[in-house]
Design a protein around this ligand. Structure first.
Ligand SMILES: *[C@@H]1O[C@H](CO)[C@@H](O)[C@H](O)[C@H]1NC(C)=O
Ligand SMILES: *[C@@H]1O[C@H](CO)[C@@H](O)[C@H](O)[C@H]1NC(C)=O
Ligand SMILES: *[C@@H]1O[C@H](CO)[C@@H](O)[C@H](O)[C@H]1NC(C)=O
Ligand SMILES: *[C@@H]1O[C@H](CO)[C@@H](O)[C@H](O)[C@H]1NC(C)=O
Ligand SMILES: *[C@@H]1O[C@H](CO)[C@@H](O)[C@H](O)[C@H]1NC(C)=O
Ligand SMILES: *[C@@H]1O[C@H](CO)[C@@H](O)[C@H](O)[C@H]1NC(C)=O
Ligand SMILES: *[C@@H]1O[C@H](CO)[C@@H](O)[C@H](O)[C@H]1NC(C)=O
Ligand SMILES: *[C@@H]1O[C@H](CO)[C@@H](O)[C@H](O)[C@H]1NC(C)=O
Length: 455
């Protein structure tokens, strides 16, 4: 049986290779297992026949002006398509027909002008969409709404004057939306504030042509306060134009003078924390207030108002304001509000900590997993022994010359000493295994020592 398998594998491989070679590819294209790379070849069209099993297509740096309808269909493993640095100005309807497995699509540095509703409709599995450095002036309102698996979309360095923020409200996995370096004068602040916190945290809007006004300023100030990466990573690049005047540009997070009279609502700092039931959790009351005499207090759903000195067998409040929950339970989930007051300067600050407590799913399982692993080990050991003693073992052993390594004996004795806690039977077979099939002995003790005692 082993012999038959040994023959089958190369056969399968060579048929795969044949399949790959049969495709009529332009010279200069490279195939590296499941990658087809045809970069920088001056191509003006995607080859009609593509290797069936290909996972990555790389056509970066060519002269593609159009893509054929269904040009990527019938490639069941296709995951990534790179079309950056070409001359695509629009996409034919049905370009991505039957390509729902595509996860990554790079159309950056092309000449796309409008993202039409139909462009990506069929890419229901897409996670990453690169559209930066095109000439996009508009994204149609439903162009992205069906792409519920979308995680990252890059649209910077285009000519967008607005964006349909409402269309991505339900995207649960979106963590990056880069709209920086566009030409947006105004932002629909309400629509943006309605987005999931995760999206807001990764919504990049710096280097646009924003008009300086209070609601815009309030939005970014809130984000800054909450430490969103979109703001903290590009703090200085957040600019706006006074009266929309190109020459009157202000770095508005750095130079806040212009906004002194804005009545923005005091930003609420929010932090999310996750913990497992039974853990000890430290809620730090992070504040920008300075001074020796700060009064801290917490308001919690389950324990009410807490101010120092406070300590019982469940909670402890430290002098620095941190609240420690000694063994958190699932019913401790909820929002904890910390308030800080500086009586001397009559200033105050507050912070919301949203605690989510999960039950430890493996709680009842450690024994089970350990036990099944142990059982698995014993069974595989028995199988190995059975295989060694009961099968005639012809072809494999003959083809494989017995390595005449001098320290093989040493290795064996070392390994049999690892195996000593096991029943006495191992002593004999241990040696025998080494002599007949060194490859197996190397594995057997490894399984035993690493998996039998988890942690
Ligand atoms: C392509 O998709 C259509 C429907 O979207 C389906 O009817 C057709 O069978 C698919 N073709 C292939 C080759 O998978
Ligand atoms: C988000 O991602 C998770 C895992 O990566 C997946 O299970 C889930 O279906 C995705 N959600 C949506 C709405 O696509
Ligand atoms: C800012 O945007 C302008 C125009 O959109 C662009 O030319 C410039 O390169 C961008 N600056 C940076 C630092 O990205
Ligand atoms: C706040 O702190 C000051 C001095 O530290 C103390 O005198 C005062 O009673 C505290 N106020 C409250 C409400 O805890
Ligand atoms: C506050 O004090 C506790 C106990 O001393 C310590 O564990 C915690 O890290 C401190 N928190 C801060 C923010 O310094
Ligand atoms: C929360 O659950 C624990 C047991 O899991 C219980 O002992 C405790 O009384 C509960 N606390 C509240 C406030 O319901
Ligand atoms: C907190 O400070 C604001 C102004 O900074 C003030 O309006 C408010 O009354 C203060 N709250 C408390 C509880 O002192
Ligand atoms: C707290 O976090 C949980 C889980 O992340 C979320 O479902 C809930 O809406 C949050 N609550 C608030 C008030 O933000």
């Amino acid at each position: 049986m082993l012999c038959a398998q040994g023959v089958a594998a190369p056969l399968m491989l060579s048929s795969l290779l044949l399949q790959l070679v049969r495709a009529n590819l332009p010279s200069g294209c490279l195939i590296a297992s499941d990658i087809l790379s045809c970069t920088n070849l001056g191509l003006d069209q995607v080859p009609e026949e593509l290797p069936v099993m290909v996972a990555t297509l790389d056509f970066n740096h060519n002269r593609l002006e159009r893509l054929e309808e269904g040009g990527f269909a019938g490639l069941p493993n296709l995951d990534t398509v790179r079309l950056a640095h070409n001359q695509l100005s629009r996409l034919t309807p049905g370009t991505f027909r039957n390509t729902s497995n595509i996860r990554h699509l790079d159309l950056s540095s092309n000449q796309l002008n409008i993202i039409e509703e139909h462009y990506f409709q069929e890419l229901v599995g897409i996670k990453e969409l690169l559209l930066y450095n095109n000439q996009i002036v508009r994204v149609e309102s439903k162009a992205l709404s069906g792409l519920s698996n979308l995680q990252k979309a890059y649209l910077s360095h285009n000519r967008l004057t607005d964006f349909p923020f409402f269309s991505i409200q339900e995207h649960a996995n979106l963590t990056t939306l880069d709209l920086s370096s566009n030409r947006m004068p105004n932002l629909p602040v309400k629509d943006i504030e309605a987005l999931k916190e995760k999206i807001q945290n990764g919504l990049f809007l710096h280097n646009n042509s924003l008009i300086c006004e209070c609601s815009m300023y309030g939005l970014f100030k809130q984000w800054e306060y909450r430490g969103f990466t979109s703001v903290t990573d590009f703090w200085e690049e957040h600019t706006c134009l006074i009266y929309g005047e190109q020459r009157a540009m202000v770095r508005f997070l750095k130079h806040v003078r212009y906004f002194e009279n804005c009545k923005i609502k005091p930003p609420v700092k929010k932090i999310s924390m996750e913990a497992y039931a039974g853990d000890s959790v430290m809620l730090d009351c992070i504040t920008s207030l300075k001074g020796k005499h700060l009064n801290y207090s917490w308001v919690t759903k389950t324990y009410g108002y807490i101010a120092p000195p406070f300590s019982n067998n469940m909670l402890q409040m430290h002098p620095n304001g941190s609240l420690e929950i000694l063994a958190v339970q699932t019913n401790d989930s909820g929002v904890y509000l910390c308030m800080v007051q500086n009586h001397q300067e009559s200033s105050n600050d507050s912070l919301e900590v949203n605690v989510t407590v999960h039950t430890r799913r493996q709680d009842s399982e450690p024994f089970n997993t350990g036990f099944t692993t142990l059982l698995g080990c014993v069974v595989s050991l028995i199988l190995v022994l059975m295989y060694l003693f009961l099968t005639p073992c012809r072809c494999w052993c003959r083809k494989q010359p017995i390595p005449a390594t001098p320290n093989l004996a040493n290795e064996c004795s070392a390994q049999s000493s690892i195996l000593t806690p096991t029943p006495p039977a191992t002593e004999g077979p241990g040696r025998k295994m080494c002599q007949s099939r060194p490859a197996v002995t190397q594995q057997a003790p490894e399984i035993w020592t690493t998996r039998a005692f988890p942690q």
